[in-house]
Design a protein around this ligand. Structure first.
Ligand code: ZN
Length: 52
């Protein structure tokens, strides 16, 4: 019988099924990174609009 394994699709690290389902296939760290990047990207768009 094959053992169930869940791995983060970003870093490949083994994660629990609960985390896999809760974080959409990511480990907690990559999930947080992704959330942070999304926030940065949104804020960055406004801040980077500098008229020459
Ligand atoms: Zn990860």
């Amino acid at each position: 019988m094959k053992k169930e394994e869940y791995r983060c699709r970003v870093c490949g690290r083994k994660i629990s099924r609960e985390k896999y389902e809760a974080f959409d296939g990511l480990c907690e760290e990559c999930w947080e990174d992704e959330m942070t990047e999304e926030i940065d990207a949104t804020e960055g768009t406004d801040e980077e609009f500098v008229p020459i």
